[in-house]
Design a protein around this ligand. Structure first.
Ligand code: H79
Length: 610
């Protein structure tokens, strides 16, 4: 069956680019529900030769370490004997601690165990290529010697050393790149900056004064005293005026032309895109240069009571999935008040390093996958090579790639080099070793004759030999007027994330959210719809359709999606879709009747019925 291309239909709204500015969009019109941010493209192509060269390094690195370290690390999520759950670096804000009291914490912040060389050893052994460390977070406290503010680690703590200087030297000696995080708009110790509403009156703030006295001098210090800086990672521009983003950009580029800026400098002036915190850009939205940043546990700063660090398997999966979408993966580390990496966080990272020692070829310097969504995992490529990252092993031991454009001349496991049997006519089939998988991701290296075409917008492959497979609305074709893809920010939902995509405007039977799927052999799939719905939406009826098949369902109430509030999503069984022959089918969701939006759909789940 011929491939169908529906994607043009949605190109204007969804496929143009990445949802890269989720909390940095000062200028976008407010959506009806503030918890839902419309997805907007962010692509800023390189501006000059120096930037192009900087991106060559950026895109070859692929794996970075974010370090959140400050006075809040000493508090570790606890103040006045009370635990504050969540982001420990937000402690001052969440507990509305007065500036004077917060700065008292600095007097006991004495990270005597800090050893820059040791940090860099761990970074190297973890296969990480660059570090981005908090120079100044929202609490306004500089983790470097600053002449522009007394609130800095050298002048205001018993430690008296400049850890950024020590780190810059240790990193440079080992060829590890260095970047600085700098909170430019929020500064809770400054009456003239934004953010501290418990002590200061925003009406009286003179931002210009703060910007000239603190931001410009400190950014200048960071770019003139610490050697080459790969990136300045600005955060939370809020409503900062374009002139300030512009002045910051010009300052950075004047001092270090090769220093890259992330999109959270604000006002669309960054070089590369930052999606929202702890979010991977969906495959079909990822374009251009981008970097995913992930927390390791559920706080960026050290928390004494959050030990929920990600497993090595999860970290590897996140790293390779980001790489398959052409992005860098930057995992966070929150050193404690003594300056040590938490043992468990470090241990799990070192596991990634061991995996990369064997499989690094499939990550560093690779480019985005040419393949559409596959049930077995993801892919990366470089000229003449395609790497299949097998995250899910097929039950029949045969890994299929429908309609691969290049000719495979050799296939082997990256770990151990075992050659694999391949057959290729229309589809590619590879017989996996007859043993159980040994790692979360076992990589097959394919040698390819001829160029690979970009097929990532082709139909999504589904297959009976795997467990549950999902169809996310971020990868869907939106058919009809005024359907809009949004990113929801919530405070956890009954699943495991606090970011997910949903579509608004599904209010008429002529409109639909659809996915073209490639079915490899006849089979039956049980369908669940995963969504959120308000009381007004409860009782509405929808269809899941595929070819002539129509499965009706009615919507139940789960609640509103609200900004940074908990959200429930229903995972509701609908029925079974049966595909009698191999081919491409469109699976779609639509309302049965016109009216208000049917619901806020997140994804479909397809579970093979054996
Ligand atoms: O540095 C890390 C975060 O501190 C920073 N970005 C990453 C890299 C960040 N700044 N703002 N946000 C993240 C959004 C924060 C939202 C929340 Fe809250 C802070 C949710 C809970 C605490 C503010 C206070 C919004 C709700 C309550």
């Amino acid at each position: 069956m011929k491939r169908r291309f529906w994607f043009a239909i949605v190109s204007a709204t969804a496929l143009m680019g990445a949802p890269m500015l989720a909390h940095a969009q000062a200028s976008s019109p407010a959506p009806a529900n503030p918890a839902l941010q419309p997805v907007k493209p962010y692509i800023r192509p390189p501006q000059d030769q120096v930037t192009t060269e900087a991106f060559e390094r950026f895109n070859s690195d692929r794996f970075g370490l974010f370090v959140h370290w400050g006075v809040y690390s000493e508090a570790a999520g606890v103040i006045r004997g009370k635990r504050w759950y969540g982001l420990s670096e937000w402690l001052m804000h969440n507990s509305k601690t007065p500036t004077a009291e917060y700065l008292e914490l600095a007097k006991r912040f004495n990270p005597t165990e800090f050893d820059a060389k040791r940090w860099v050893r761990t970074v190297k052994a973890s296969g990480i290529r660059y570090i981005v460390i908090t120079a100044k977070h929202h609490d306004g406290f500089a983790m470097f010697k600053s002449d522009a503010s007394p609130h800095n680690i050298v002048d205001a703590t018993p430690f008296k050393r400049d850890p950024l200087m020590e780190l810059a030297q240790a990193a440079q000696a080992e060829g590890i790149g260095l970047g600085f995080y700098y909170s430019q708009n929020l500064d809770w110790t400054e009456p003239n900056a934004s953010g501290n509403t418990w002590e200061f009156d925003p009406q009286k703030a003179n931002f210009e004064e703060y910007f000239n006295r603190k931001v410009v001098p400190q950014v200048t210090e960071l770019l003139t005293r610490y050697g080459p800086v790969q990136e300045i990672w600005f955060d939370m521009p809020g409503q900062m005026k374009p002139e300030y983003s512009k002045r910051l950009r010009d300052l950075v580029k004047k001092l270090q032309p090769g220093c890259l800026l992330n999109s959270r400098i604000g006002n669309e002036l960054g070089d590369y895109a930052s999606p929202s915190d702890s979010e991977l850009v969906p495959a079909r939205l990822a374009q251009g240069n981008w970097e995913a940043i992930y927390w390791h546990n559920r706080s960026w700063g050290y928390s004494a009571f959050d030990n929920d660090y990600k497993s090595t398997d999860t970290l590897i999966t996140l790293l390779v999935t980001t790489a398959s979408r052409g992005g860098n993966f930057t995992i966070n580390m929150g050193p404690d008040g003594k300056g040590r990496f938490p043992e468990d966080a470090e241990k799990r990272l070192l596991g990634v390093g061991r995996w990369l020692k064997v499989n690094g070829e499939s990550v560093y310097g690779t480019q985005r996958s040419p393949l559409p969504q596959m049930p077995w995992g993801v892919a990366t490529q470089r000229p003449g090579k395609l790497y299949l990252h097998v995250l899910n092993w097929p039950r029949d031991g045969v890994l299929r790639v429908p309609g691969l454009s290049g000719k495979v001349t050799a296939a082997s496991m990256l770990d151990g080099g075992q050659a694999l049997e391949v057959s290729q006519d229309k589809d590619l089939s590879i017989t996996l070793p007859s043993r159980l998988p040994r790692a979360a991701d076992e990589v097959i290296a394919l040698t390819i004759a001829g160029a690979l075409q970009d097929q990532h917008l082709d139909p999504i492959a589904i297959a009976m030999d795997y467990r549950r497979q999902t169809l996310d609305v971020a990868d869907a074709s939106l058919v009809g007027e005024n359907l809009q893809l949004n990113l929801a920010h919530v405070k956890l939902y009954a699943g495991d994330a606090n970011k997910f995509y949903t579509v608004t405007g599904l209010n008429d039977p002529t409109k639909s959210i659809g996915w073209d799927v490639q079915v490899d052999r006849p089979g039956e799939y049980h369908v669940d719809v995963e969504y959120s719905a308000t009381g007004e939406q409860s009782g509405k009826e929808g269809w899941v359709k595929a070819g002539e098949q129509r499965l009706p369902f009615n919507v139940i109430r789960t609640g509103n999606i609200e900004n940074y509030e908990p959200t429930l999503l229903a995972i509701q069984p609908v029925g079974v879709l049966s595909f009698k022959q191999p081919g491409v089918y469109r699976i779609s969701v639509s309302p049965q009747a016109a009216g208000a939006d049917l619901f806020q759909l997140r994804m479909l789940h397809l579970t093979p019925v054996n």
